[in-house]
Design a protein around this ligand. Structure first.
Ligand code: MF3
Ligand code: CO
Ligand code: CO
Length: 272
C-alpha cells in the first residue's frame, strides 16, 4: 500500500511529521517491542537463531503486520540475530546457542505503513561478567543518547552523549553503522551517528522520527563484513552489544516508541 507523505522536509532533508503521526509510530513501535518481549522466553542453550526468527516471522504475520526486513535489499529474514562478536546484521540460521552466548535480536515491523525498529540483548544460559558490563554500558549509552533528544539540541549532542559515556568505560563505539530517520520509510535522513561533538550536526525539531542504535565493542571499534555480504563482526573478535529504540522529538523532549511493555529489555530481567 502506498501512503501519502506527511509534514515537510528541513533543509537537511529530514522529515518533520505531524502531531497525529505519533499514534502510528506508537502502534508500530509497540508491536516490535512486544515481539522482543515474547521472544525472550525462547532464548536458551541449544536453541537455534533460525527458530527464533521463525517465531518472530509468525508473530508479525499473526498481528496482521509486515516484516520490513523480508525482501529488503534481498534480505530474507524477519530479524537480524547477532551473536557474540557479530556487531549487527547477523543472519538467523541453524547454529545452536551455547551457554554464555550473548545475542542482539533486531526486529522492524510495518503497521499501517509506519515502521517500528528496535533491538535488544539476550543471553543463553548464564551471563558472563564481562558481557554483563558490556551490555549495561551499551544500554546506558542508548538512554544517555535519548536523554539528549529535545528541540534545540543537535544530532552531535546525541552522539557525544553516547561516545563520552562508552569511552569513559574503556569500551569503543562502532563508527561503521549508524541510526537513521524512519517513519513511513525504513531508512531516511539523517544518519544518526553514535559519536560526535556537542552542538554539531542538524538541530533537532519537533516531529523528527529516528532510531538511535549504538553498537559497542569490548575491544577496538573496527568491523568487517563477512562473505555473505551481511554479517558484520569485530575485526579483533571482541564481544559486541547493541540496543535500538525508535524515538520521536516532541514539543519539549522525546517519546520512545519501542519501550518494553513488560520492562524486559535487559537479559537478566527477562526471566521475571
Ligand atoms: N533493523 C536494522 C536497522 O536497525 C536494519 C536491518 S536491514 C536487514 O536499521 F536487511 F539486515 F534486515
Ligand atoms: Co534501525
Ligand atoms: Co533495527
Amino acid at each position: 500500500m502506498k501512503h501519502e507523505e506527511s509534514g515537510r522536509l528541513t533543509r537537511d532533508g529530514i522529515r518533520l511529521y505531524q502531531r497525529e503521526d505519533f499514534a502510528g509510530m506508537r502502534a508500530a513501535g509497540a508491536l516490535a517491542a512486544q515481539i522482543l518481549d515474547e521472544v525472550a522466553d525462547l532464548v536458551e542453550v541449544g536453541q537455534t537463531t533460525g527458530a527464533l526468527d521463525d517465531f518472530i516471522r509468525n508473530r508479525v504475520e499473526q498481528a496482521g503486520a509486515t516484516s520490513a526486513t523480508i525482501g529488503y535489499k534481498g534480505y530474507q529474514h524477519a530479524s537480524c540475530i547477532s551473536v557474540n562478536h557479530v556487531v549487527c546484521h547477523g543472519i538467523p540460521g541453524d547454529k545452536k546457542l551455547k551457554d554464555g552466548d550473548i545475542l542482539n535480536i533486531d526486529v522492524t515491523v510495518i503497521v499501517d505503513g509506519w515502521f517500528g525498529d528496535t533491538s535488544r540483548m539476550y543471553v543463553a544460559g548464564r551471563l558472563p561478567r564481562k558481557a554483563e558490563r558490556l551490555i549495561d554500558v551499551t544500554h546506558e549509552s542508548l538512554m544517555k543518547g535519548i536523554a539528549a533528544v529535545k528541540p534545540g539540541n543537535t544530532f552531535g549532542d546525541i552522539g557525544h552523549a553516547i561516545q563520552s559515556y562508552v569511552e569513559a568505560n574503556r569500551m569503543s563505539v562502532v563508527r561503521d553503522f549508524c541510526g537513521h530517520g524512519l517513519g513511513r520509510v525504513f531508512h531516511a535522513p539523517p544518519n544518526v551517528l553514535h559519536y560526535g561533538r556537542p552542538g554539531t550536526g542538524p538541530e533537532l525539531e519537533e516531529g523528527m522520527f529516528f532510531t538511535i542504535e549504538p553498537m559497542v565493542n569490548l575491544g577496538r571499534a573496527e568491523t568487517k563484513v563477512l562473505g555473505d555480504d551481511w554479517t558484520a563482526v569485530t575485526r579483533d573478535k571482541s564481544l559486541s552489544a547493541q540496543f535500538e529504540h525508535s524515538v520521536g522529538v516532541t514539543e519539549d523532549g522525546v517519546e520512545i516508541f519501542t519501550l518494553s511493555p513488560a520492562n524486559r529489555f535487559h537479559p537478566t530481567w527477562a526471566e521475571n
